[in-house]
Design a protein around this ligand. Sequence first.
Ligand SMILES: [Zn+2]
Ligand SMILES: [Zn+2]
Ligand SMILES: [Zn+2]
Length: 103
Amino acid sequence: MCYKCVKDKTLDRGTFCSDTCCLLSNFAQCSECGSTSALEIQTDKPVTVQGDTEVLTRNHLCRCGHVIGEHTSEFWVESGHQEYRMDCHLCGFGEDSISIVPK
Ligand SMILES: [Zn+2]
Ligand SMILES: [Zn+2]
Ligand SMILES: [Zn+2]
């Protein structure tokens, strides 16, 4: 994991959560090769389950292979709510809670 290539590593995204997000506006440049072009996102990582929580981890990669950030999304159900959490240096931190109890 790398802190040198992003502008703001403590971004608060409120309730925004995404598995596939790539917030290029927060990408400064690759500290390895100096590239500022679009990043790739690894999509071949399986979902892992930790207890009741599904965890999906994907890396944002520069075209040189340098890992810009590790993107983690977590999903679990708690007392009638679906809880989501996104944690990534590049995309920021978000948390959302959606009621699954019919009104
Ligand atoms: Zn870096
Ligand atoms: Zn690079
Ligand atoms: Zn991300």
